[in-house]
Design a protein around this ligand. Structure first.
Ligand code: ADP
Length: 273
């Protein structure tokens, strides 16, 4: 806030320009902040408004598809409509989650999260998602390591990374999920032996709807919002995302948290190791 008028937000930069000199630039960012809020509200409202009509359309499609005497061609068209409705639903759900992540106070409802238990549950879903592709999933999880955070948000972030590894790795490929303590703090990481990503894409991956291969993303049920969600969840937990990838060799996505966020695990969850 400006020292002369609290309602004016300022962005202040101090730039060193010779040995002992500094240039201080203060800029009124009222307009930028207002525009940003308008954008956030618009996305939140649009996604909220789309939800009800989508639910109605999905409901009618279900009813129509239940008809056992349905003509074969009509049945396949209705099935295709249902899968597109499901895709729209996933996009709307992700947009609503992103809006919440941007607007809610992160300090609310932070608690000790038993991350190994969260990982167990994600791995169950990942195996189901892998299905007949039979990826080899290896776990390297410290069962005593918990994190002060928001459980459902961490579930969203970590599951997006694990499900991406499944979706972008060929059948039978290798995936390793780790949750370990390092000198700088706890790290959650997902390594895969998938297609990898060319270096010029990496800085843009957390942008909304940025995709390296649009066809593959859509075909595998992607919304293009997964890594944007990961980035926002990490921001709210003072964490950062690191992406290490090489085309043809695979990728490692790691979430680094500050050591101060380590929580006390009261019980070591069964099966987590
Ligand atoms: P999507 O729903 O399209 O997967 P994301 O935001 O989760 O959206 O990811 C953005 C893009 O990053 C994806 O479209 C894909 O091209 C690339 N990507 C994400 N994870 C991986 C991975 N493990 N291996 C290769 N490419 C990946």
């Amino acid at each position: 806030p400006s020292p002369v008028n609290e309602v004016i937000p300022l962005r202040v930069r101090v730039i060193r320009y010779s040995k002992n000199r500094r240039l201080l630039v203060a800029r009124d960012v009222t307009r930028v902040q207002r525009l940003e809020r308008t954008r956030q509200d618009f996305v939140a409202n649009v996604s909220h408004e789309l939800r009800s009509p989508l639910t109605v359309v999905a409901g009618y499609l279900e009813t129509l598809l239940d008809d056992e005497e349905l003509d074969e061609m009509l049945s396949s068209q209705l099935s295709s409509m249902r899968s597109q409705t499901e895709r729209m639903n996933r996009i709307v759900t992700d947009l609503m989650l992103l809006s919440r992540l941007e607007s809610e106070d992160p300090a609310q409802s932070m608690a000790d999260v038993v991350v190994p238990r969260v990982i167990d549950s994600i791995i169950d879903h990942a195996r189901a998602l892998s299905g007949s592709a039979e990826h080899v999933i290896e776990l390297n999880v410290d069962p005593t390591l918990c994190l002060q955070g928001h459980e459902t948000e961490l579930y969203s972030a970590f599951s997006n990374l694990v499900f991406n590894a499944i979706r972008y790795t060929e059948p039978g490929g290798f995936i390793r999920v780790s949750w370990q303590r390092t000198d700088s703090g706890p790290v959650f990481s997902v390594e895969d032996s998938g297609a990898g990503i060319a270096p010029h894409h990496i800085p843009r991956l957390t942008e909304r709807f940025y995709r390296v291969d649009t066809g593959r993303s859509r075909a595998s049920g992607g919304t293009g919002l997964g890594l944007a969600i990961v980035k926002h969840v990490l921001l709210r937990h003072e964490g950062r995302l690191e992406i290490d990838s090489e085309p043809g060799k695979g990728s490692v996505f790691s979430c680094h948290f500050p050591a101060g966020r380590l929580g006390a695990c009261l019980e070591a969850p069964a099966g987590a190791a």
